[in-house]
Design a protein around this ligand. Sequence first.
Ligand code: ATP
Ligand code: MG
Length: 147
Amino acid sequence: EEIHLKELITSLIEQHQLKADKTVHVTLEINPESLTLVADRTHFNNIISNLIDNAVKYSKESAEITICCRQTEQTVCITVTDRGIGIPPDKQKHIFDKFYRVPTGNLHNVKGYGLGLFYVKSMVEKHGGTISVKSEPGKGTTFTIIL
Ligand code: ATP
Ligand code: MG
């Protein structure tokens, strides 16, 4: 079905801001503003929700998140960027694996099952898309989805 990206993502951001135990500041850029996407609404909701959840969880104090959606010729590109703890280069290739979590010792007491990104990747691929990550420890992380 046709999903209005601004509507859906704005409402997801509000939900995450309400349930978060820290300040969550999100900048949303959508170009064109009326951009829509044909996909399964529940799946798409869960995909974006998981990425926002991670961006909040893996930011130490307040979370600064930027979400960009833009239309290219045949595709829609969505990026979710945070200024959180980042992912070491040698761990990045594992983060989409089932049950994988970056071993952080007792440094960050963040709970999870290591299932979110496994789910996200399988759903993105089910819709014929791709997902990739760029990250620098201490600087932040960007996930890019192309659908
Ligand atoms: P779950 O999503 O099942 O509750 P989780 O968040 O640990 O648990 P994933 O979402 O699959 O699992 O992420 C896997 C791992 O990748 C995380 O444990 C974390 O180490 C790392 N990771 C994911 N997103 C980020 C991010 N935005 N910044 C830093 N590390 C991240
Ligand atoms: Mg997660």
